[in-house]
Design a protein around this ligand. Structure first.
Ligand code: MLT
Length: 245
């Protein structure tokens, strides 16, 4: 990736929310929100677009996802509840399902337990970027280029923070700090420490709730994939109800 021109490098504030339910939706104007649900929906969204999906439409509730998909006709209906594929849906929430053969050239309508609701809730921000480990450095760089204060919005699980999202938020916040001066809120500071401490050894991360839930469902390969850093430099953006490149 080419370096950011000197004149575009500013000091920015980075605030992290551990769960999207706490997001101050009336105060997002002038901010770049980076929406993070590293295990697994933001990783699926990034990977679907890498594999040629024309757009991704995140939908909060299942009924609306089904009706949007049936109105659209030729699209892929994706999603999960409790990390499990929804009967009648084309694919679930595993990046391994977002193959070129499945999604290339198609719109994907996706509804997940926490991640898609989080994205929809951020729509009043100046920019909403989709962040994951897969595009960690690229999303950090894009946020710095935009120059706004940054909100790292972790989807969390059931209204509570989820350590995997905090880990990814720390990776993105650390990447931002390599590019510009940044003022960090307390949770951002802690997330950077978590990332630094766990990046070489996942023992502690593997004891956390959502990680263990996915392992219990036999989805360890999804975890390994979703926690792989910088596989792509795409930065999906959510605007007017649609995520595109
Ligand atoms: C969510 O939206 O809560 C997650 O992506 C759940 C999952 O891993 O399937």
């Amino acid at each position: 990736m080419p370096p950011i021109p000197e004149e575009n490098i500013l000091s920015i504030n980075i605030k992290t929310y551990g769960s999207f339910v706490k997001l101050p939706i009336n105060h997002l104007a002038g901010h770049t929100v980076i929406s993070i649900d590293v295990l697994r929906s933001s990783s699926c969204i990034v990977w679907g677009l890498v594999n040629g999906a024309s757009k991704i439409i995140p939908v909060d509730d299942l009924g609306s996802a089904v009706s949007i998909a049936s109105r659209m006709g030729d699209c892929v209906l994706a999603g999960e509840r409790g990390a499990v594929l929804i009967p009648g849906f084309d694919i679930g929430n595993s990046p391994a399902e977002y193959t070129e053969a499945r999604v290339s050239g198609k719109a994907v309508v996706i509804s997940t337990t926490n991640g898609t609701g989080a994205i929809c809730k951020s729509e009043s921000a100046s920019n909403v970027l989709i962040g994951s480990m897969l595009n960690c450095t690229a999303v950090a760089k894009r946020a710095v280029e935009l120059g706004n204060d940054v909100i790292l919005m972790c989807a969390g699980t059931g209204g509570e923070f989820s350590a995997d999202d905090i880990y990814a938020a720390g990776a993105i916040a650390s990447a931002i700090q390599t590019l510009t001066d940044a003022e960090l809120c307390d949770l951002t500071r802690v997330s950077c420490l978590v990332y630094d401490r766990w990046k070489e050894d996942r023992t502690e991360l593997s004891k956390t709730k959502h990680y263990k839930r996915l392992v219990s469902l036999g989805l360890e390969s999804d975890i390994n994939f979703c926690l792989t850093r910088d596989l792509t430099d795409i930065v999906p953006e959510y605007k007017n109800g649609v995520i595109e490149l």
